[in-house]
Design a protein around this ligand. Structure first.
Ligand code: C2E
Ligand code: MG
Ligand code: MG
Ligand code: MG
Length: 286
């Protein structure tokens, strides 16, 4: 049966194989119900800040599923099940629509949405995004999609064309978890990317006080600057990390130090973000 760890999270993958299969099937059917009924699934939004640590540039949408019985299931776990069971298309479409619908009612400059490699492989993906933008009325420039390195490596025709079409329309393409995938960087030349997001595992190295660790982070930032793309550091948890990253020229910061992912109502209480808020152009966070 379900085991909870210290943080009250349900572990799908604990136990033996039979248990595992049963549990996955159960999660799958419950996820299907949640998707069809539109209950229990929601998005939270984590602000992304300029290097001043105050100006909110945009926010990343992160999915949450509050399960009636098991509590909060980690997204990495149920996303994997949705991918395995052919449900990621439906789930991903819901996420895109929901994030765009939310952003249009705010003064957020942009919203970033995580997209599974399987969604991009689908030939209709770019058209799906375009029709969601039309339907919600969100300008393409206000949407960024976050993809992982595996998407670029795969580099199928469908994927390449979808990315090119999206970028052509004004949607931002962000390479998430940068540095964790593969060592070959040649794909960076072949694909037009607007932003690199340095993975949390590298940001964490900055606390080592070890010169070779910070050299890696510096190299990743320098690479982004040389490629003339924006660079965000994710998982910034300490003031020390922030100071080092900004010193190295990192443009954007995201992490618990600045703000955790927020409920929509919380996010809209930040100065300048509510659509009814006429308090000027700069979105400053006290
Ligand atoms: P990601 O896209 O790399 O998202 C960043 C993750 O780091 C989020 O975890 C976020 O809550 C967490 N985080 C942010 N700041 C900090 C920090 O300072 N310290 C630490 N320790 N963690 C921090 P979350 O929400 O659990 O999401 C995990 C992953 O699940 C995401 O990684 C993304 O790959 C995937 N995911 C989340 N929502 C979606 C979605 O709507 N669609 C798809 N396809 N994947 C999603
Ligand atoms: Mg992401
Ligand atoms: Mg990331
Ligand atoms: Mg990550």
């Amino acid at each position: 049966e379900a085991k909870k760890n210290g943080r009250g999270r349900y572990q799908v993958f604990a136990g033996d194989m039979d248990d595992l299969l049963l549990r996955k099937r159960k999660v799958e059917s419950e996820l299907r119900n949640a998707l069809n009924g539109g209950t229990g699934i929601k998005l939270v939004y984590q602000p992304i800040f300029a290097a001043d640590g105050k100006t909110i540039l945009g926010a990343e949408a992160l999915i949450r599923w509050a399960h009636e019985v098991h509590g909060a299931l980690p997204p990495a776990q149920f996303i994997a099940i949705a991918e395995e069971r052919g449900m990621i298309g439906q789930l991903g479409k819901w996420v895109l629509h929901e994030a765009c619908r939310f952003a249009i009612g705010t003064r957020l400059p942009w919203v970033a949405v995580n997209v599974s490699p399987l969604q991009l492989r689908d030939f209709g993906f770019a058209e799906q995004v375009a029709s969601i933008l039309t339907e919600t009325g969100l300008a393409p420039e206000r949407l960024q999609i976050e993809i992982t390195e595996s998407v670029l490596l795969e580099s199928s025709n469908a994927t390449r064309m979808a990315l090119a079409a999206l970028r052509q329309s004004g949607v931002g393409i962000v390479l998430d978890d940068f540095g964790t995938g593969y060592s070959s960087l040649s794909y960076l030349r072949r694909h037009a990317i607007d932003k690199l997001k340095i993975d949390r595992s590298f940001v964490r190295l900055l606390d080592d006080g070890d010169g070779s660790s910070s050299a890696i982070v510096r190299a990743l930032i320098d690479l982004a600057v040389a490629l003339k793309v924006e660079v965000t550091a994710e998982g910034v948890e300490t003031e020390e990390q922030k100071v080092q990253l900004v010193g190295m020229g990192c443009h954007q910061l995201q992490g618990y130090l600045l703000s955790p992912p927020l409920e929509t109502t919380q996010l809209l209480t930040l100065p300048g973000l509510s659509s009814g808020d006429q308090s000027g152009h700069a979105i400053a966070h006290a």
